[in-house]
Design a protein around this ligand. Structure first.
Ligand code: SAM
Length: 344
């Protein structure tokens, strides 16, 4: 056989030890874990109104399997873990899961992204288990609009949940608002006003074109520049605030305010070059980039009696092949799963 560039086998390099790095030199230290693909809301930009298919329960990692996989990431030098979903607060034994993750050596921070509907009665237990911080999704302060955007959500319960988390010391509170044209873009100043007296961070997110909600993206994208212009029209020039390394948000402050304002701009200003995160889906797939379909199965190793070395080896080699970044600007919308299935 004539060996050409096409036929010659390529020896793929995979680092055998050390902390988890990709081929571009980025160190991965942050795992976002989807605890379930189910949710008690149906936000318009996240899930289609009809036809959502949820995974059978036996496909979801059990608590023991999940903790084992998380332990492997901790062993690879991951220090930060975020619980998300779907809605993490509907996962049974959430408090125990938080405590177990927090107990691994080297784990610095366990956080959660939640809609806060159930937080009123869970906040104290989560704080006791060691939950460090929460991000709450809140797109409007208007109860009727809230009900429409979440397709049925109760604003009063969510607000109580946020206050319960603050009382329990799960702080600083960060609020995530996806800005959607025709729905809540006129309300951004009112939301930002919350930071004047509260030490919260209001984070305005550009909508992303996730599976099942492409139409909402096409019609609804509001860039961070547009949102910032609206805020500056209302409050005058915002003051720039330094943000920690790896934080996707560009952070600003209304002069004199107690809290801050973050802009997360995956579409107009991608932050792939500083990406330090990978994701674990509820069914045990390691997702290398939120907006690309590349996934590697970890559940089969756990369920087929694989060793710790097998598990860490697969994680390490998958991370080495993490894609550089998303391809939205080039029209690559092959994302494969909805946000609630990946863990936003
Ligand atoms: N249920 C939890 C919640 O509501 O926060 C956690 C899961 S939710 C999928 C995580 C985050 O993804 C939320 O802040 C939500 O606003 C965001 N999100 C969902 N779909 C999105 C989209 N199409 N574009 C941008 N952000 C999105």
């Amino acid at each position: 056989m004539v060996v050409t560039a096409e036929t010659k086998p390529i020896r793929l390099y995979t680092p055998a030890k050390g902390i988890a790095k990709d081929a571009y030199g980025r160190t991965m230290s942050y795992l976002r874990i989807s605890l379930t693909d189910r949710c008690n809301f149906r936000c318009v930009y996240c899930m289609p109104e009809m036809g959502m298919k949820f995974q059978p329960r036996d496909e979801i990692l059990t608590d023991e399997e999940l903790i084992r996989v998380v332990g492997a990431f901790a062993g690879l030098g991951f220090t930060k873990f975020r619980l998300t979903g779907g809605e993490p607060t509907i996962r049974p034994h959430l408090v125990d899961i938080v405590g177990a993750i927090k107990s691994f050596p080297g784990v610095e921070e366990v956080t959660m992204t939640t809609n806060a509907l159930l937080l009123g009665r869970m906040a104290d237990g989560l704080a006791d288990a060691g939950l460090d911080r929460i991000n709450v999704s809140l797109d409007t302060l208007n109860p009727e609009r809230f009900k429409a955007m979440t397709r049925g959500g109760r604003f009063d319960m969510v607000w109580d949940g946020i206050l319960a988390a603050e009382r329990a010391g799960i702080t600083p509170i960060k609020i995530n608002t996806v800005v959607v044209r025709g729905q809540n873009e006129h309300e951004v100043a009112e939301l930002a006003r919350l930071t004047i007296d509260r030490p919260w961070q209001m984070r305005f997110l550009e909508i992303m074109p996730m599976e099942g909600v492409g139409m909402v993206y096409d019609e609804g994208l509001v860039t961070s520049d547009e949102t910032q212009a609206r805020l500056e029209y209302e409050f005058g020039p915002l003051e720039n605030v330094a943000s920690p390394p790896g934080d996707p948000a560009r952070v600003w402050r209304i002069p004199g305010a107690a809290g801050t304002i973050g802009f997360i701009s995956p579409i107009s200003e991608p932050f792939c070059s500083t990406c330090n995160r990978v994701r674990l889906s509820a069914d045990g797939k390691l997702r290398l980039c939120l907006l690309r379909a590349d996934e590697v199965d970890l559940r089969d190793i756990v369920r087929s009696g694989g060793s710790e070395a097998d598990l860490t080896g697969r994680i390490r080699s998958a991370i080495w092949r993490k894609p550089w970044g998303h391809g939205i600007a080039e029209g690559d919308f092959n994302i494969g799963r909805g946000m609630s299935q990946i863990g936003g």
